[in-house]
Design a protein around this ligand. Sequence first.
Ligand code: TYD
Ligand code: MG
Length: 451
Amino acid sequence: MARTRTVHRCSSCGASHPKWAGRCDSCGEWNSLVEELDQPTRGSGPLPDASIPVPVTQVGDEAAISVPTGIREFDRVLGGGLVPGSVTLVGGEPGIGKSTLLLQLLGGSAAAGIRSLYVTGEESASQVKSRAGRVGALHDDLWLVSETSLPNVKAHIDSVKPDLIVVDSIQTMHDPELGSAPGSVAQVRECANKLLNLAKARGISLVLVGHVTKEGTLAGPRVLEHIVDTVIEFEGDRHHGLRVLRATKHRFGPTSEVGLMQMNGDGLASVIDPSGIFLADRVAGVSGSAVVPTIDGQRPMLIEIQALVAGSSLATPRRSAQGVDPGRLAMLLAVLERRVGLSVSKCDVYALAVGGVRVVDPGADAGLALAVASALTGNPVGDDLVVIGEVGLGGELRQVGHQDRRLAEAARHGFRHAIVPGAVVDQPDGLTVLRAPTLAAAVELASVGPS
Ligand code: TYD
Ligand code: MG
């Protein structure tokens, strides 16, 4: 009789351990080991056709032709569209809009004559239909099935013969051939593997939806990131409409483009002018606000950064950062204190990037510091002024990439003055550029120091 062996598998990284432990040695995650049957990952079937090594110069050219999905921002991130036979993993927190995005993608593709199949393991077909009506995705070439069993999914693929499949979500799929429980790492990995092989063999574009945990990692199947061609993260602040699409892995092109979308009552719309959205509700003449031309991917965006400084009754004053890095804020407060002579050590400080965006660009440092300085002194930053620069621990302003493109975006939106650290090659029409070698000089130029 065959012995059934069990292993303890990490639900975060997929590593297997012979014994249970409180912490996974492989990825360091706590309490992530779950017991499951030890399944050989490869069946005992025939070996796949062996490949023959050839000199690299003699390999035939096989350009990846991408097919546009009809969603402009999704295509921008992919560098054109989905490549037939490719597998894309779309990850994001629950409720962020993954199902909505992919339903629109399927609807757009179906409208362009691409036979599309939506496999949902989370909602009923009628729920999906009503959403499809809302987002304008009702089309005869879009097929729908509510299914979680892998063999049935395969049978549906055989009967519908789609060119594009979305599986929402990969964590709900299970293969009864495997002993492990639905949702376990072994199930997720094997189901993804089988779907991937099918997609590759038939030249179908496959999109898998993956849930992301609170910590921001793809729940369980970090292993999936290795096997798929493209990983797209869909993120945003759930209380705001703005959503950001970012490729963290892409075998068919660069990962430097970001896509911006806005969640509306009738689904997601591509954002054409992000700066316009972020600055729409800006109030002129208020202290504690600075506008920064940031770059995300290849895209310049004007973002308003706000700060509020208030006397604190706490022994350790409160520091709150939304959309800006808390570590960066703490560093800038120390630089303001030691290098500029503006002390906020006995004050609560609140800082945020308006509009639900997350600013990671170091070029926003100077803007954040000026917003805090302005909030402290009550002297507003001029309405028509933008500021660019990374702040060093010595209080110096450092140059950041794409300065000229940032300035062009500011000029396009009617700003007349810019404080920058470096030399400017192309000074855009209508914009006067002021150079500041230090944060103290920038505070002076912007007139936000103590009066
Ligand atoms: P959903 O696509 O179900 O998210 P996910 O698949 O990532 O869990 O989207 C959920 C949210 O989007 C839901 O809270 C309602 C909102 N929504 C809109 O605001 N407008 C719309 O047109 C749709 C379809 C959803
Ligand atoms: Mg969903």
